[in-house]
Design a protein around this ligand. Sequence first.
Ligand code: F6P
Length: 500
Amino acid sequence: MDRMTTLFDGYEGRLIVVSNRGSCTFKKTSSGLQATPSVSGLVSALEPILKEQGGIWVAWGGRYSTASKAMGLSLPLPEKNPRYVNQEVLLSRKEVTQYYDGFSNNCLWPLCHSFLEKTIFNEDDWRTYIKVNKKYARVLAKVAKPRDMIWVQDYHLALVPRLVREHNPLAALALFWHIPFPPVEIFETLPWARDLIQGILGCDLIAFHTESYTRNFLMSVEEITGAKVDYRNKTIEWRDRTIKVAALPIGLDCKQLEGLAQRPDLRTQAQQIRDKIGGQYLILGVDRLDYSKGIIERLEAIEYLLENYPEYRGKLTFLQIAAPSRTSVPAYSQLRRRVEETVGRINGRFTHNYHSPIQYLFQSLDKENLVAHYLASDMLLVTPLRDGLNLVAKEYVVVNTGKDAILVLSPLAGVAFQLKQAIIANPYYPKALADSIVNGLKLTEGEKRHRMNQMYKTVKGQDIFWWWKMIQENWIASYRHSQSKFVMHPSVKKQARVAN
Ligand code: F6P
């Protein structure tokens, strides 16, 4: 489980993944601790790596604790065939409200997605964010051994790398930033931009999904800290270390999805969905209910389509699956109300012969159910106003390869630079989106198949194991380089001997 494994290039150490959300959410019940699998892109991407590699996953497990200690339960997971250890971090309800709802999701999330008007700067939330990051660092100080590879995930824990580095100057540390990194003019409106950047610079490797997020980050580092940045090699000189920055888009466990796509029961379920919905065309949207996903704009495009292409009335159904998300953040409950009003308005206008053009599910579906819906549909609309990458688009391609399905993609989703054969449409302009939908439906079967197959090659070639290999290659090279410079320094020679 948390065995020592040989990672890339002969480096030996355990893998320690650190994130806000782990693979399970825990709840105490009268019959013991109940674990529910988390629904999250980050989780479905990282779990296959931990299952293959073994190691420790340090995460808040969804429980609230009033204890001041940070270390919670250590549980071998998955329950039936343990492959790694889940190390719980204990947080109080107030900490979760201020660090997760508050600083992470009321401030960093909108800021990084360039929604400045939604960004809330709150000093108390910031203080709690520091406190929670320190809690994580305390847990890591207890569980990590000197040669372990500590891999921090996402914007919730940006201060952890520096905190760990202060405690252990020789630590192997990386961070993957799963959301966009905004242009410097936006990022520097954050009153604590410098602290955040300095926190991240504790790493040997900092990785993003795209070249443009990487460039934005490098510019922020240069402008905000004055550090020396090499844009060509994507390195930063910082406090005697050379930090590597890389653009590495996350991938999928394709084999697992392909297995599901072939399952006869899921194919039958897909046919049943089709029969129940009826009509000629089924168009799908699958998102967390988040304002960055462009759900309202997408609904408006469908409304425009029904208004301006009357031949599709009664023939076309748009099914939006919206997974509940961050429901205690006001911006999210307000969005839910707006989406439901918009669905009601469009159905009120265009229901024909008792057929409603919009179907709306406010629930999260498990992978099997999702695959059945992907198989049932003719088209998927992934039209965010801004999105770090978007793994749903990749899932759709893997499940529908060889089929005449269509992917409509916003250029503002990180994944657009990889899936070039999708139909690219501006999500902010209902007419453009509606026209793209109609054009997509009119493509020949051969053209649809060709596009899907081309995209499949990209997704398959850059799957989750490719991603992990690239992370390791970049990380170990950067770590070794910095370490060799670092151990020269007399003040740390002694520490280096202990660590090695
Ligand atoms: O896409 C960014 C991200 O933070 C993912 O890492 C995560 O899977 C998703 O948003 C869901 O977020 P949350 O954990 O807040 O539900």
